[in-house]
Design a protein around this ligand. Sequence first.
Ligand code: NDP
Length: 335
Amino acid sequence: MTSIRWGLIGASNIARQYVINAIRENGGTVSSVMSTSAERAKAYAGANGIPASTTDLSALLADPAIDAVYISTTNELHRDQAIAAAKAGKHVLCEKPLALSLDDAHAMVRAAKEAGVVFATNHHLRNAGAHRAMRRAIKDGRIGKPLAARVFHAVYLPESLQGWRIANPGAGGGVVLDIAVHDADTLRFVLDDEPEEVAAITQSGGMAASGLEDAVMTTVRFRSGLIAQTHDAFTAKYAGTGFEVHGTEGSIVARDVMTQRPLGTIVLRDEDGEHPLDFDRTDLYVTALSAFHGAIAGTGRPAADGEDGIRSLAFGLAVLDAARSGRTVKVETGL
Ligand code: NDP
């Protein structure tokens, strides 16, 4: 495969910590980074071995030596940047939540379709070997009919990330659009099912300002009738993460798997006792970029595409609506 040349839109932590490496591990090149600050762009480029930097999105998008862009700016900026990139003929890997409204997310996915470029949402968790092993066990019928799931995704937001996420509703801050959307994607992927309605209660437990939520508990009913509960937080220092699926013939209990790294353990319990499940420990983002490069080459599809991004956003917006209204809310995707 020819090397894919990437432009980064956003001088972000996530690109620095995971995605630049994943591009390079898949034979890609990071050609340029765009930031709103020339100084930060230059420092970021220098620190990460990127040959060029710019503050001009149009210039980056006009560069014929860039094939694809990774958008990891704050969430209110994704829509315009993604649409501009698609119109410029660049393939787009966009961070979640795709946007702050469903209309915007649809417009992004439509723009990519019209331009004939690959569009993906960076939902990393479905790339985890742990979640793939859970999906496989369920598909193989090892727990019978899945009836319930529980996701424990209450973590502590590191001080270095205590910025827009807890202070800026306009940037799509708050734990629901940050973490609950990942739960939605992971549940959809592992269960191969669609969330249909949600009820939720949020909390402002002292970290988030401006009335933003920093924790949420949600209950969900899926199309199959399965019920799920999720707990997301920025404020839980010692909770650990987990994911359980309980079926008529067995239960899958996974611990420490709602993470960015290929960690954790899975045990399947049934009438014969406890069975540890082995799983692949490949870097989640390397798997995501491998799929994205494959989609560009026409040999595969993105791990999570635009429709997946629309669906997880629809879930997040329904959770916020349910928490505000105190009512059960249907998950309307517009798809
Ligand atoms: P960051 O806060 O690191 O970056 C977001 C923007 O903030 C950057 O585009 C940058 O603007 C600005 N910024 C970054 N550092 C500084 C600084 N020191 N001073 C001033 N401004 C700064 O965000 P994250 O990397 O945490 O998140 C970015 C996106 O990625 C979000 O959409 C988030 O939801 C998503 N995300 C996804 C994850 C996943 O695993 N899928 C994990 C983490 C985040 P500029 O570009 O103008 O320099």
